[in-house]
Design a protein around this ligand. Structure first.
Ligand SMILES: Nc1nc2c(ncn2[C@@H]2O[C@H](COP(=O)(O)OP(=O)(O)OP(=O)(O)O)[C@@H](O)[C@H]2O)c(=O)[nH]1
Ligand SMILES: [Mg+2]
Length: 420
């Protein structure tokens, strides 16, 4: 065996030279560092290889470098450890190990740096996922598809379950999509908050105002049978006459002339609260009844319950309103139960609409779970809400209308215990 040495600025470079000169069959005997890298000087490595004489006799390609670095070495072939290919693999393994060793060392020195890098990467990935979701939402508007992106899914489901009319829901979703800043679409919490703001803006409410100096408020409650008109009149009478800071004079009128029981019901409340009460049998008596209560700040008018399809009874109320020749304008409040579906609310509204509805009052909120029907009716008719009735108790189960209350009921359900 012939022993040869090759040198290079790295062990790999020296090996490459050896491979070019003597081929793959040489055996690596030793690798040495001859000169350390220093300023202005590159490092120098020397490898020692052993080659069988027979391989050396093969012609060496003409364009190969001469064996400039070659020098014999007193080394036995039994000391040969590797062939050159194996050595090459070993050297690259050493390089890998060195690299691996360096990583944990760095991690140990600056763990927060690496964690920060990983965190940044995760955040970037999260952003990409959200961008994809938003692109998906842009493409599939709720008008054309039921596929709602995850951030919108919760709010969409809640609104749908609330009994809101589907067309209204789709319209509102469309509006939300158009106006919502893209930053807010990022998670379901911000989507919900924005959706709440949109809904709130869409609910017309009538603020409660007191009668002007020397003025009077005349309020008439109309609506189907058994919805809670008389009970609500009693709650309002109690509120105005002794629950508010200022105590107002309240007078009552009852238009329900055919049902003795109904008149008696309001009479009892009047007695309890010491309020004046007038009854009206025929429409021409209506103005007279108002005039006889002229000392009052509030005149509250209870009417006979009418089936929404009983045009005769509704017409009788209309006649009273038309016959009013006093100076007082009558605020007509349509009382509706929140427990019926949107389509029935709308049909009822349509039947009472000829009376000229000024505001709506929704009762029996304590008996229902979804409030989308109320939302849809006010969204459709644009008639503001004045009050909610949330139970049978007089006078406490009355809520003065505010959009926050309805939106909260709509999205989170009604919780009587949480009423202030
Ligand atoms: N749970 C619940 N019951 C209510 C509410 N408001 C009224 N009621 C009840 O509903 C029933 C009918 O109430 P009324 O006030 O007599 O209804 P009305 O609209 O005057 O009925 P008519 O005069 O027959 O047309 C009574 O038992 C009330 O206690 C409410 O908000 N929640
Ligand atoms: Mg009644």
């Amino acid at each position: 065996m012939k022993i040869l040495t090759f040198s290079g600025s790295t062990p790999a470079e020296a090996l490459k030279k050896a491979q070019l000169e003597v081929g793959e069959d040489a055996m690596l005997i030793e690798t040495r560092e001859i000169q350390k890298k220093s300023l202005g000087k590159s490092a120098l490595y020397e490898i020692v290889v052993g080659v069988e004489e027979e391989f050396l006799s093969k012609p060496i390609p003409r364009n190969k470098e001469p064996l400039a670095q070659q020098r014999p070495l007193a080394q036995k072939s039994s000391d040969v450890l590797f062939n050159i290919s194996e050595a090459a693999k070993q050297i690259s393994k050493i390089a890998e190990v060195t690299e691996e060793e360096r990583v944990p060392k760095q991690a140990f020195q600056a763990p927060s740096e690496d964690l920060k890098r990983i965190k940044d990467e995760i955040e970037k990935l999260g952003d990409k996922v959200k961008i994809i979701q938003n692109m998906f939402w842009d493409e599939k508007s709720p008008k054309t598809s039921v596929a709602i992106p995850p951030e919108f899914a919760e709010i969409y489901r809640l609104a749908q379950q609330s009994g809101m009319n589907q067309d209204h829901l789709d319209e509102i979703m469309q509006l939300t999509l158009e106006h919502m800043p893209s930053k807010m679409r990022e998670n379901s919490e911000t989507v919900k908050r924005y959706f709440q703001v949109v809904l709130r803006k869409m609910i017309p409410v009538r603020m409660e105002t007191s009668p002007k100096m020397g003025g009077k408020k005349v309020v008439m409650l109309v609506g189907p049978t058994g919805v809670g008109k008389t009970t609500s009149i009693a709650k309002l009478a109690a509120r105005y006459s002794y629950l508010l800071e200022k105590k107002y004079k309240v007078g009552l009128v009852v238009l329900d002339t055919y049902r003795i029981g109904a008149v008696e019901q309001l009479m009892q409340y009047a007695r309890m609260m010491k309020l004046g009460i007038e009854t009206v049998v025929d429409p021409p008596e209506f103005s007279g009844a108002l005039n006889s209560l002229r000392y009052s700040d509030y005149i509250l008018i209870d009417t006979m319950g009418s089936s929404p399809y009983d045009k005769g009874k509704i017409e009788k109320i209309h006649e009273c309103l038309r016959s009013n020749d006093t100076d007082y304008s009558v605020d007509v409040v349509l009382v509706l139960p929140s427990s019926i579906k949107y389509e029935d609310l709308k049909a009822t509204y349509d039947n009472f609409a000829p009376l000229g509805i000024d505001t709506m009052m929704f009762t029996k909120l304590d008996e229902t779970r979804g409030f989308g029907n109320i939302f849809s009716l006010v969204y459709e008719t644009k008639i503001p809400i004045s009050y909610f009735s949330v139970g049978q108790e007089v006078p406490e189960d009355l809520v003065v209308s505010n959009s926050d209350f309805l939106v909260d009921c709509l999205l989170n359900g009604f919780r009587k215990g949480e009423l202030s």
